[in-house]
Design a protein around this ligand. Sequence first.
Ligand code: AMP
Length: 189
Amino acid sequence: MINAVIFGPPGAGKGTQSDKLIKKFGFVHISTGDLFRWHTKNDTPLGKKVKEIMNSGALVPDEITIAMLKEELDKNPQAKGFLFDGFPRTVPQAEALDKFMKENGSAIHHIIALEVSEAELRARIAKRRGIENRADDEEEKLNRRITEYFGKTIHVLPYYKNQGRLHVINGVGAIDDIFGNICKVIEGK
Ligand code: AMP
C-alpha cells in the first residue's frame, strides 16, 4: 500500500496533477474539499454545519474535518493506496492522519508540496480578472483561501520536513514536466 499527500495553494494545479496520479497509480482519491462540497450540495447535517464556513473561504474546524476523513478511510478498507488532497491543512490534522495510518499498519509514504509563490498566485488572479468576469465575492473567497494556505496550511510543511519526509516540487512550468517530477518521487527515482 502506497499513500501520498499532495499539497499546494489554490490555483497551483493540485487538481490536475491529482487526476493524473490517480490514473497512473490507482490511488483512492480523498479530497476533503470534494467531500465537503458533496455534503453541502446534498444538504446533509454535516453540509448544513460547514456551508457558511466554506462560503467564506475559511477552514472547517479540525474536529469536524478529522471525523469526516476517518469515516472515509473506514469506507475503503481494500484501497491499494490513498492520495490525500486538501488534507492535512493543520498540524493536528497531520498528526491524526499519521495515527490513522499507523492503526492500519501503514504510513504516508510520499508528501509532495507543489510550490507556487503567493506573489505568482495573486498575479494569476489579477490576470484572470482582466479576462473573466468573476464575481467580486468569488474573488474575495479565493483571496481568503490563498491567505488561509499561506497563513495556516503552509505551517504543516515543517512537520513533515523535520521528519525528512517532504518533497518540494516546482509548480510553475509545463503540466507534464511537473507530473514527471512528482512521479519520480513516488517511484523512488
Ligand atoms: P478545497 O477544494 O480543498 O480548497 O476545499 C474547499 C473548502 O473546504 C476549503 O476552503 C475549506 O473551507 C474546506 N476544507 C477542505 N479541506 C479542509 C481541511 N483539510 N481542513 C479544513 N477545511 C477544509
